[in-house]
Design a protein around this ligand. Structure first.
Ligand SMILES: N[C@@H](CCC[C@H](N)C(=O)O)C(=O)O
Length: 288
């Protein structure tokens, strides 16, 4: 069974080409595959399937808004095996993979996700390096909430980018003090976020740039989160009393550009394809 491995600003994924949606992606198998000791190791899995095939297989109840049956669908799974609606770094890596591996000839097309169809523009697509812009769609503010670390409260804004985020802008943080935070298990209000939440901690905007770290639902701390960078940019603009603008978001794994206009966001950044190989069928049928 073929796999590829790639990352977007070091948010890493195992990519499983499965156009006809034949694979059984149960949570235990995904968790084993993403385990950095038992399996290949990754923050998540991107299954490459036609949207229509996923509906026929019963994985999707219906085609999400803005997605046609023939569109390629990013069937995203978190490293713990849970399903998430959207993955911004994942869409960039997915679009790069499609064009670099001959699944897609066009440079502008729609990638299906559970949060709807996401139009992409592939600026560069080499065997290793890619550069992709994703139209992330609507950024919805959910209201004020807070995260806690070691009893300290970080006020933040709930933001829906297809998946849920709590973006905490702290004027006392700089890139050095941010690096010192313990993001092993930040607290949040489960009443506000009943399905869990991705939590971003960030500096205010200075010279058009914010520094951010993230704890992802279903994964733990990652070196980048694309939807999280969009939530962070929206929260940082709001902190400055603005709603539109372009923000460079620096994360431990690199840097991406987020543009927000009239409540809609675009995410531009790199993708790296690292390897292609074969998974052992015996291991995949019963991971040990
Ligand atoms: N890393 C992703 C987000 C993946 C999903 C997230 N962990 C969730 O459960 O919502 C990104 O780049 O956006």
């Amino acid at each position: 069974m073929e796999f590829s491995k790639g990352h977007g600003t070091e948010n890493d994924f195992v990519i499983l080409p499965d156009p006809d949606a034949r694979l059984d992606l149960d949570a235990g198998r995904i968790a084993a595959l993403c385990d950095r000791r038992r399996g290949l190791g990754a923050d998540g899995v991107l299954r490459v399937a036609r949207a229509g095939a996923l509906v026929s297989a019963g994985t999707l109840g219906e085609l999400p808004e803005g997605t046609d049956a023939d569109d390629w669908f990013m069937d995203y799974r978190n490293g713990d095996g849970s399903i998430a609606e959207m993955c911004g770094n994942g869409v960039r890596v997915f679009a790069h993979y499609l064009t670099a591996h001959g699944f897609e000839d066009r440079r502008e097309f729609v990638v299906g996700s559970r949060a709807g169809g996401k139009p992409v523009t592939v600026h560069e697509t080499g065997p290793v390096l890619g550069e992709v812009t994703v139209d992330m769609g609507t950024v919805r503010t959910l209201g004020e909430s807070a995260a806690t670390i070691d009893g300290r409260v970080y006020p933040g804004i709930g933001i829906d980018v297809g998946n849920p985020h709590l973006a905490c802008v702290d004027p006392h943080l700089n890139d050095t003090s941010l690096a010192g935070l313990d993001l092993t298990s930040p607290g949040f209000d489960p009443g506000f976020f009943p399905h869990g939440v991705n939590i971003e901690f960030l500096t205010p905007i200075a010279a058009g740039t914010v520094h951010m770290r993230v704890h992802e639902r279903g994964v733990g701390e990652t070196r980048s989160c694309g939807t999280g960078t969009v939530a962070a940019a929206a929260a940082a603009l709001r902190f400055d009393g603005a709603s539109d603008g372009a923000v460079q978001v620096r994360i431990p794994g690199g840097s991406v550009e987020v543009r927000i206009e009239n409540g809609r966001a675009w995410l531009r950044g790199p993708s790296v394809l690292v390897a292609t190989g074969e998974l052992d069928d015996t291991w995949w049928s019963a991971p040990i």
